[in-house]
Ligand binder design. Structure first.
Ligand code: PEP
Length: 253
């Protein structure tokens, strides 16, 4: 039985006081929710203070980084080392988010190296994959996603995915208000599971595959009931305590 997962990707939004208020409200509203694994992904600058707040409130909500460097340490000005995320109490890290791939030009190769380092530092990678609108239009969706996954599997081996999450996030659905149809989401999640099963049946069955792209309490119901969907990665709606906690409760129901 796969556990449901909900991640809140706060991206580069908010300041300390507002984010503290947001997290305080989320902690309060989810304190009795034991069946869903919830994680928040603040900017690196606020990881420590958000981590301290979670600890002070004895909250089960986990902390994750939004990215880390593809090098262990050294002369990489402006970057964050994977060991630093681990040191500060992160359990998860987002890797290959579409904004990293498309705004910052991260290749499959770089993301695979980051994945290897995350595992070395006992972080659980949330590997984001997904096609652009143009790739979908020309019928390349499945090939693109398979390639994104293969790059990681070739680098670290299939066993490294035993403790990892895959987030299927069609790029055209992120932050746009456009959500993929339930049929398309189920088809892609089942395709990803089947693709992994070619390498290892058990890992494919047990890995959490979550959906991301304009999820809101109003549209998530049809997605969360799909057999191969194990939760969601949420951007915009994670910045509103009411929406984010409603999504967590929907996932638990
Ligand atoms: C995301 O950034 O991963 C995301 C899914 O964003 P949004 O929910 O705003 O589409």
């Amino acid at each position: 039985m796969r556990r449901k997962f909900l991640g809140g990707n706060w991206k580069m939004n908010g300041l300390k006081s507002g984010l503290t208020a947001l997290l305080t409200a989320v902690i309060q509203q989810l304190k009795d929710l034991a069946t869903v694994e919830v994680a928040v992904f603040p900017s690196d600058v606020y990881l420590e203070s958000m981590g301290n707040l979670l600890k002070a409130q004895h909250s089960a909500i986990a902390l994750g980084g939004q990215n880390h460097c593809d090098h262990e340490e050294g002369a990489y000005t402006g970057e964050t080392a994977p060991g630093m995320l681990q040191d500060i109490g992160c359990r998860y890290v987002l890797l290959g988010h579409s904004e990293r791939r498309h705004t910052f030009g991260e290749s499959n190769r770089v993301i695979a190296r980051k994945f290897a380092l995350a595992k070395q530092h006992h972080l659980i990678p949330v590997l984001c994959v997904g096609e652009t609108e143009m790739q979908r239009d020309i019928g390349e969706t499945e090939a693109v996603v398979r390639e994104q996954i293969n790059a990681v599997v070739n680098e670290v081996g299939i066993n490294a995915l035993a403790k990892a999450i895959i987030a299927y996030e069609p790029v055209w659905a992120i932050g746009t208000g456009k959500i993929a149809t339930a049929e398309a989401v189920q088809e892609m999640h089942a395709m990803i599971r089947k693709h992994l099963a070619n390498s290892d049946h058990d890992i494919a069955q047990n890995i959490q595959i979550i959906y991301g792209g304009s999820l809101k309490p109003q549209n998530a119901k049809d997605i969360f009931v799909l057999p191969d969907v194990d939760g969601g990665l949420v951007g915009g709606a994670s910045l509103k305590a009411e929406d984010f906690t409603a999504l967590a409760k929907l996932l638990a129901s």
